[in-house]
Design a protein around this ligand. Sequence first.
Ligand code: NAD
Length: 375
Amino acid sequence: MMTFDHTTLGQRVLFGAGRAAANLAAEVTARGAARVMVIASDRERQIAEQVSADIDVTLWHDDVVQHVPVENAERARRAAAEHDIDLLVSAGGGSTTGLAKAVALTSGIPIVAVPTTYAGSEATNVWGLTEDTVKTTGVDGRVLPVAVVYDAELTLSLPVALSVASGLNGLAHCVDSMWAPRADPINQALAAEGIRALAGGLPRVKAEPRGLAGREQALYGAYLSAVAFASAGSGLHHKICHVLGGAYNMPHAETHATVLPYALAFNAPAAPAAAARIAQAFGRAEDAEDADAAARAAVAGLNDLREQLDAPQALKDYGLREADIPDAVTRILAAVPASNPRTTTTENLTELLTAAWAGEPARIHPHARTTSERA
Ligand code: NAD
């Protein structure tokens, strides 16, 4: 029997290479916006100017910092209020979208998002703010952008290493959606298609960074991944990465890219149906004939892709110290959803984080099938 309770978030999506400026202008006109604040970091300014070529901009705001420190959020909120802003346009990566969300959260001003990475924040109603090394996230309808303008041309300048890390961040949304607290057949279908698109697109981005075909696939996959994640919620993988990002100021995309194979190897044996779908999305359906084989095929599919992409390897390369692991484990244990397919303990999370810290190959633990899959 199939029984589920699924909510689809309402948002307009305008997708097309070379069409961002025209699509943004049409959206601004359609919404009758008169006082637009464009949020973009210094590094994203050129893209933001290109995208805003056909609209009147009241205020440019470039005070963007990763993980949205509360002080930056306050400054952006004050600027929006002082200039009587009626529409926010974010043009940039997840940090830029995140700052626009912080403004929308308290003001209700709508956002049109123009994403330039594969982070996917634009398609979620999740906000994040960091205060005193603790990153808090929450869900609020006001932060969901009313429209998203996707243009693969805007991602051509994203360096290959960052494209790979960001694309694997998207892939992590898909994998985690398979067993997150609100996983259901609809968000799992979106996640599976997201894995297929990202696994196909990212190697093309690596081989031909200035080619549009791979970039478009990756952007399409990133959107699907975020819709799946917004609907399914945060699973084990995201809880680990949120702790690492907030407490140790680790870079978002690289942290996700590094942790993902360990989180997958940890959960896959306890979630055979999810593992089989992941394996299938990596094109390995024939290797997944029973539960153990499905888990192995899912992990092998991800490991092969990561090898092709020369993906980030070890958390120690991104600022985590070995001495931080016990504290991180305590914070993660408190955050992991009770519904995770495999029971988490201080011991098995320490093992996971230690392997990810050192960059050891992600392997399935022989005793990983300790709890059976929920869904
Ligand atoms: P980012 O936004 O920090 O961007 C990384 C770097 O790439 C920045 O220096 C940026 O200026 C630059 N950049 C962006 N686009 C570029 C382009 N096209 N060409 C050249 N340089 C470009 O990193 P991110 O990984 O996109 O986002 C990370 C943030 O997003 C984190 O704070 C994370 O928590 C948040 N996030 C939130 C959600 C959500 O649902 N709320 C989802 C995913 C990520």
